[in-house]
Design a protein around this ligand. Structure first.
Ligand SMILES: [Zn+2]
Length: 346
């Protein structure tokens, strides 16, 4: 995943001033109170900025025990995936992960299928075997929801300041979305919905060794197969989850998703669900324009899909993207919002 632009919209508190001729008037003290209040708002605004200087205050008081989604178990899944080690496309780590997730989804009642394809290695030209994992619940239902995450990890920590050829385990960038979907899978069979649900783990999101290598190979393959197959069902909505495990969680609305007229209502609905639940980390404002797996799924397959992504993550693409930077609480918050949004669909 990469971003097109970075823009932070800040609310600029009004500059209140009192003039001399107000000094003796009772309204002067009212003005003092208003100015003081604005100053307090202003200070709170700047005081609460995040560690990278670009985040505003958006921390709910929710504790893990307040949230009816099992973030603890989701975080255990995250650690289990990270413990495999690096999981880039075509690697032994990826094979181990494929076995783990396929068994997991089958155990939760899904019909599991591997959508296999091959891609030319951008460095040595060999053929790299790739596969998207598709887990379907209620495969007979013609109106469906697509929930996806990429499950490959970046081959090398390209942005690591110390060793860009070191070890990358992708705790947030890779494992977090997969772990959340693994936990959600426990709940899908008893979810109150008439819609079918497909959980898809996408391969080759970032099998890149150079910034110019092609991203989103699995989502592009899935999109092309979807169009070619002319399936008897349609996806009403799609949701992509990427980098949602950051312990310092703040999820702005993705500008790319918001720029698509068919997707905008979906984004607004999910953020409204978060507001209803008091999950303030879903910030109802746009920030980054993200290029991610949702782009081929939307542009090639015509699926109305949004990206839920927390792009403010200092260890991004470094060796520091490890499980200790993520939390059960963040997974619980995002998982709860997604499940409640699913349950609200009629
Ligand atoms: Zn990445």
């Amino acid at each position: 995943m990469e971003q097109d632009e970075r823009e932070l919209t800040q609310s600029n508190p009004a500059h209140a001033a009192s003039s001399g001729r107000w000094a003796m008037h009772p309204m002067f003290w009212g003005a003092v109170a208003v100015t003081g209040g604005l100053l307090a708002v202003y200070l709170a605004f700047f005081h609460d900025r995040g560690p990278n200087g670009s985040a505003e205050a958006a921390v709910s008081r929710l504790r893990l025990e307040d949230i009816p989604f099992n973030g603890t178990r989701a975080y255990e899944y995250l650690k289990q995936l990270v413990a495999i080690g690096p999981r880039p496309s075509g690697s032994a780590g990826m094979a181990a992960q494929q076995k783990l997730v396929a068994e997991h989804f089958a155990k939760q009642g899904a019909q599991v299928e591997f959508q296999q394809f091959g891609v030319r290695h951008p460095v040595d030209g060999s053929t790299v075997p790739m596969a998207n994992v598709i887990a379907r619940w209620h495969p007979d239902r013609q109106e469906r929801i697509l929930l996806c995450a990429h499950y490959d990890t970046l081959p090398l920590p390209m942005l690591d300041p110390v060793d860009p050829r070191g070890t990358f385990v992708g705790a947030n960038d890779g494992a977090s979305g997969v772990a959340l979907l693994m936990e959600l899978a426990h709940e899908i069979p008893r979810l109150q919905t008439h819609l079918g649900i497909d959980v898809v783990l996408l391969d080759g999101e970032e099998f890149i060794f150079d910034r110019n290598d092609r991203y989103f190979l699995g989502s592009e393959w899935f999109a092309r197969q979807h169009i070619a197959a002319r399936p008897p069902f349609r996806y009403r909505w799609g949701v992509l989850l990427d980098m949602i495990g950051d312990a310092d969680l703040q999820i702005y609305q993705d500008r790319t998703s918001m720029g698509w007229r068919d997707v905008r209502p979906l984004v607004e609905d999910i953020w409204a669900t978060a507001a209803r639940l008091g999950v303030r980390e879903f910030i109802p404002r746009k920030k980054h324009a993200v290029q991610d797996d949702h782009v081929p799924l939307h542009d090639i397959a015509g699926i109305s899909i949004c990206d839920i992504i927390d792009f403010d993550y200092p260890p991004w693409h470094t060796q520091g993207d490890t499980a200790d930077k993520c939390s059960a609480l963040s997974l619980a918050k995002v998982g709860w919002v997604v499940r409640e949004w699913l349950a609200s669909l009629r």
